[in-house]
Write a protein that binds this ligand. Structure first.
Ligand SMILES: [Zn+2]
Length: 157
């Protein structure tokens, strides 16, 4: 019987697969890569929250004054998302086009509601994944485009 000399096979602390040369209490390369991927996803989401936002807004309001309906409006905006700690020229951006209506609740209180479409464009390998729901995602080179519906609800005083 040949004597086998080598590194002992140690079970991964997470998936229990035996891997030669693994230290006790460590994760195997597969589990380590999965953990690193999840950590970078979390870091990306946190950096989006901590981002400086530059925005432009353009809208047209049409007075209606028909029953409780005070006005209808169309609104377009453009929002660029930049890290707080340094300026980047190719910041991801989200453009929105919305149709909104205002319902008069009281003399100076209007309930605003609307629906529209959002387009998020990110270049340089970045991604502005801000949608919570169905979306269309297209990748081309290092550019990612996401298109998703949006709902708006607010109170104007
Ligand atoms: Zn493992």
């Amino acid at each position: 019987m040949p004597l086998r000399i080598g590194l002992p096979e140690v079970p991964c602390v997470r998936c229990h697969e035996r891997v030669a040369g693994l230290a006790w209490g460590e994760r195997c390369p597969t589990c380590h890569a999965e953990r690193k991927r999840r950590a970078s996803q979390l870091a990306r989401r946190i950096s989006l929250v901590a981002a400086l936002m530059a925005a432009g807004l353009l809208g047209w309001r049409f007075p209606v004054e028909h029953g409780p309906l005070a006005f209808a409006e169309i609104e377009a905006d453009w929002l660029e998302i930049r890290p707080v700690w340094h300026w980047i020229n190719d910041a991801p951006a989200v453009g929105s086009l919305r149709l909104q209506a205002g319902l008069k609740l009281a003399p100076h209180v209007v309930l605003l509601g609307g629906a529209g479409a959002n387009v998020a464009v990110a270049t340089g390998g970045r991604d502005a994944d801000l949608a919570r729901g169905p979306q269309s995602v297209q990748h081309s080179g290092d550019t990612t485009v996401r298109i998703y519906p949006g709902l708006m609800l607010g109170l104007q005083i």
